[in-house]
Design a protein around this ligand. Structure first.
Ligand code: SF4
Ligand code: SF4
Length: 360
């Protein structure tokens, strides 16, 4: 059983020292990585987000982390595959250290690793910056995700530390299992007209394609097709979460245990920060969680999110609580968010069981 430290967003006393940034520093102490980073390069992997998004990790927490590393005589730098956006306060001046683009300015700084030919992926191009990293702090924002229900620490590495080519390969695994029978289809368009998510269409080659990022697995197209030409199963989306875990494992293998993971569970939106927009939080702020075990951390993060009261009226656009049962993210996206976590456990990246220790 691995320990996960938890700094709650709740403030019990009206004192600065009882607020989340102060507890965050105590959480960093509890993670005990300070002794390991003297004179070492420390990569802080963030997700910079994009466009009009304002719910990525607040720069104050990034600055606190940088100052903490410097106080321990480490050599911090911030990294991501995309450049930071000054409009979110993401600048080197605010960070207090330099930013290094993970795969280089032209996405050409990478190295290739072989993977055991699962889900149609045979190799992955990992960020070159890993070669210059002595210690990694995987600093992730926990939120929903259209493809797999949830994006946190596993996604921050599995999707956020590879080249565009590998990201496309991971996204494409959802197409490995056929879901449309062309010989039965009469091109009536009933499925397209009845998809509230606009996730289904015919492409230029007149083939029916489903965008699994937008699809909420409501099964309306399956039930309404008069020809029974569409068949959807959990396996159509599950492979994405599994591929994500596999990619994250390959990233962590490069670091030989020199890492820790932090999930910021604030401003939890139903979709990924790369969508380039934000919407209201779907639950009250939870806090910040940290552990050296990515599996325990992700498991407890999902458990805590599901225990919060859903904020009525917080879902944007056509999204709604589609399902009655399952995790909150599954109710929204129709996809079990624990798939990637269980896969990571299967890949021996950590343990599902956790011991949650609250930071006072
Ligand atoms: S509803 Fe069925 S038959 Fe009609 S276009 Fe869609 S897949 Fe084809
Ligand atoms: S399962 Fe629902 S959301 Fe997905 S493509 Fe079919 S109708 Fe659209």
């Amino acid at each position: 059983m691995s320990t996960v430290f938890f700094a709650s967003a709740k403030v019990k006393k009206l004192e600065r020292n009882a607020s989340l940034p102060a507890k965050f520093i105590r959480l960093l102490d509890a993670l005990e990585f300070g002794e390991k980073i003297k004179d070492k390069t420390v990569a802080i992997k963030i997700h910079s987000g994009g466009g009009y998004g304002f719910t990525t990790i607040h720069p104050l927490f990034i600055r606190i982390l940088v100052e903490y590393i410097k106080a321990k005589k480490g050599l911090p730098f911030i990294t991501d595959i995309v450049a930071p956006d000054a409009r979110r306060g993401y600048t080197e001046e605010v960070f207090g250290c330099r930013f290094i683009q993970a795969t280089g300015l032209r996405d050409t700084d990478y190295f290739t690793v072989n993977v055991p030919s699962r889900y149609g992926i045979k190799e992955l191009e990992l960020a070159g910056v890993l070669k210059a990293t002595d210690f990694l702090i995987n600093f992730a924002h926990a939120k929903g995700h259209g493809n797999c229900g949830y994006g946190g620490a596993i996604k921050n590495l599995g999707m956020g530390f590879v080249t565009t080519k590998s990201r496309i390969a991971i996204h494409s695994v959802v197409n490995t299992k056929p879901y449309w029978n062309q010989s039965k289809c009469k091109y009536c368009g009933i499925c397209i007209k009845n998809c509230r998510s606009s996730a289904i269409k015919f492409n230029e080659e007149k083939k029916l394609v489903i965008d699994f990022h937008a699809c909420v697995f409501c099964m309306r197209c399956v039930f309404l097709c008069p020809q029974k030409a569409i068949e959807l199963e959990k396996t159509n989306y599950e492979v994405f979460g599994r591929a994500l875990a596999l990619s994250a494992k390959k990233v962590l293998e490069q670091l030989k245990g020199n890492y820790c993971h932090i999930n910021v569970v604030l401003n939890v939106t139903p979709f990924c920060d790369c969508l380039g927009m934000s919407s209201p939080s779907i639950i009250p702020d939870v806090g910040i969680l940290g552990s050296s075990d990515i599996v325990s951390l992700e498991n407890v993060t999902l458990d805590l999110i599901d225990r919060q009261k859903f904020v009525d009226g917080s879902l944007p656009g056509h999204l709604r609580l589609e399902k009655e049962n399952g995790h909150l993210f599954e109710k929204i996206w129709g996809k079990d968010p624990y798939i990637q976590v269980k896969e990571a456990a299967k890949l021996r990246m950590g343990q599902l069981e956790y011991n949650l220790k609250e930071i006072s």
